[in-house]
Design a protein. Structure first.
Length: 342
């Protein structure tokens, strides 16, 4: 799971690199700092050489308002830099603490350190001390840009032969309020954007509509692994045809916004006008608050940015397809013949 998550977030970083120097509106949410720190530490322990010791100390009550994906990539990038500075092994420490109204995250290493002239240019785009072919010089520049995009700051201290310490300061956010247990009426109600599954039904039937086959199959694998039945459509027309002809109507439609012919907006508008519409989720590589508001008005329940983060996708689907009654099912992978129909 850690490796899959890292791959998802690495893909997300590619989009951040493309927007280096021209920040766009990125979806923000409440982020538990300790979860991200621990996830990065686990990943480093599994992928770095045995000679690299990874320590992590982050309390469970620190939250920021930002992007979990971007914070993960910031810390992972700093840890990779620390590893590269310790070719013979050493110690990397990730710590988090509250300082006034800020969260402070530090990544320290016992590596070779940086000379003063290198330290001055550490965050400069395209500056690197690595051999040709081993570094683009964008790593720390992107880290600094992502931190600033979350309203934070980053600085670095280093000394030759004594290691390096990066300090990230981020605005502290209030922790989430404990939610009261839902009343019986709320447990059985259904909003127009939520689908209640039949009694005993474990997974949802999800229609994935995207004109890119690789995206369809990647999303399909994640959904099948979560126990759902998946059907594919390559464009908007096929999505509507598949929905009409399906004996078991899709409980949820995951649709790309920008497809040739009938667009995702067209699909949302048609399905949203049905007497009993499915839950609908839009995916797009272009974050546009105006389009998002229009799609929500037409009946979409969520708007996810591409590349879609696996954990965000799972949580979104789980929140939109609800069992009609608790069903005891042992966790398992789906049967050997999932419903893949590209």
């Amino acid at each position: 799971d850690d490796l899959t998550s890292a791959l998802d977030r690495s893909v997300e970083l590619t989009r951040s690199l493309a927007t280096l120097g021209r920040r766009e509106d990125t979806p923000r949410a409440l982020v538990a700092l300790d979860e991200v720190c621990q996830e990065v530490a686990r990943l480093c322990r599994r992928t770095f050489r045995a000679g690299h010791q990874i320590q992590c100390d982050a309390p469970p009550d620190l939250f920021i308002f930002g992007s979990q994906t971007e914070l993960h990539q910031v810390l992972l990038n700093l840890c990779i830099n620390a590893r590269d500075a310790m070719p013979e092994g050493g110690r990397i420490a990730i710590t988090a603490s509250k300082v006034g109204t800020s969260c402070v995250v530090r990544v320290r290493d016992t590596g070779v350190g940086m000379a003063p002239q290198t330290l001055e240019r550490a965050f400069e785009p395209f500056f690197t001390t690595k051999p040709t072919g081993r570094g683009t010089g964008l790593g720390l520049a992107t880290v600094a840009e992502l931190v600033r995009g979350m309203g934070g700051s980053i600085d670095v201290e280093s000394e030759l032969g004594r290691g390096t310490s990066f300090r990230i300061g981020l605005p502290l956010a209030a922790p989430p309020r404990p939610e009261a247990p839902p009343s019986p009426a709320k447990r059985t109600s259904r909003t127009p954007s939520q689908r209640i599954l039949a009694p005993g039904q474990r997974g949802a039937h999800i229609l994935v509509a995207d004109d890119q086959e690789l995206v369809r199959r990647s999303l399909g694998r994640l959904l099948v692994a979560a126990g759902h039945e998946v059907t594919f459509a390559a464009d908007g027309e096929e999505a509507l045809r598949v929905y009409r002809e399906s004996q078991r109507k899709p409980d949820l439609v995951l649709v790309d916004l920008d497809m040739p012919g009938l667009t995702g907006r067209d699909v949302i508008e048609v399905l949203g006008g049905l007497p009993n519409p499915p839950a609908m989720v839009v995916i797009s590589g272009h974050w546009d608050p105006t389009r998002r508001a229009e799609l929500i008005r037409l009946g979409a329940a969520a708007y996810l940015a591409k590349p879609v983060d696996a954990s965000v996708l799972r949580r979104t689907v789980a929140s939109l397809v609800t069992p009609s009654a608790p069903v005891s099912v042992r966790p398992s992978y789906p049967a050997a013949r999932p419903s893949y129909r590209p």
